[in-house]
Write a protein that binds this ligand. Sequence first.
Ligand SMILES: O=c1[nH]c(=O)c2[nH]c(=O)[nH]c2[nH]1
Length: 308
Amino acid sequence: MATSVQLKTQSYGKDRVRLVKVVRHPGGVQDLAELTITVLLEGDFEASYAQADNRNVVATDSVKNTIYVLAKRLPSVLPIENFALTIGHHFLHTYGHVTRVHVSIQQHPWNRLVVDDEAHPHAFTRGGEWRRTTQLTTDATLAAAAATAAWTARITSGFRGVSVLKTTGSSFSNFLRDQYTTLAETDDRILSTNIDCQWSLSLTDPEALRVTDFSHTFDVVRQHTLKLFAQDNSASVQATLFRMADVVLRDCPGVQEISYALPNNHVFGVDLKPFGLNNTGANLDVYMPISDPSGLITATITRKSANL
Ligand SMILES: O=c1[nH]c(=O)c2[nH]c(=O)[nH]c2[nH]1
């Protein structure tokens, strides 16, 4: 039967693969990594959609198994960027009909428990709900075009869900006022957000990827972001976001561009006038956090190209 439709794009694989890897050092100290992983494949899979022909389909169950096998073979799954590179490399090279692999990894924080002032060798406490993240896309067609490189990859690093709040040092005024505006200007408010930050590194070849210290960059970007949040005399979430990006791009020459998504989790002063209480201005100290809706400020900041 002739058909007038065709597959435009596809990717498939396994989502939310959960993995814990323990590294046991001589002497009894053990390390722990907990990851959630997504692997999606692109390539010659049209027949599985259009002709119900599964011969080229690597079962998503096999994709999941492969992740565990690769984790077993490696001494460590950290840093997650290197594990993503191993996974991407594996699928691209094992299956000739796979032309592109997307790998996304989240690392859930576990900190060593401190017992009687000493770091415990094998007990941990969950370090909150934030996650370190990486996204990798590796592409065989690009590699073939480059001819010299065995393969190539685009990789981003980041973190999501880092919850921060400051009780002063934030204002919001001089914004557009029209018939829809009810918000009062403020020169002192609570600023609360969950930082979502992703950056890309300028990596040109597999060797650059291999020697990059992803964890050092992660530490520096996170520290700069949190320090700027605390110290900035914020005129708006937008202005603070831009300053965060500016300080990272100034101090990390390898970072090509950086994106933030910052919800503005509103925490408004409560009107206590009906109770004869002054809860405004210098007397404001009782607030009500609003769960929904929040503002959401997103931006990508990049380097100006040299010839601009
Ligand atoms: O920092 C802010 N930026 C906005 O765009 C905005 N809009 C709003 O209602 N409050 C705020 N705060």
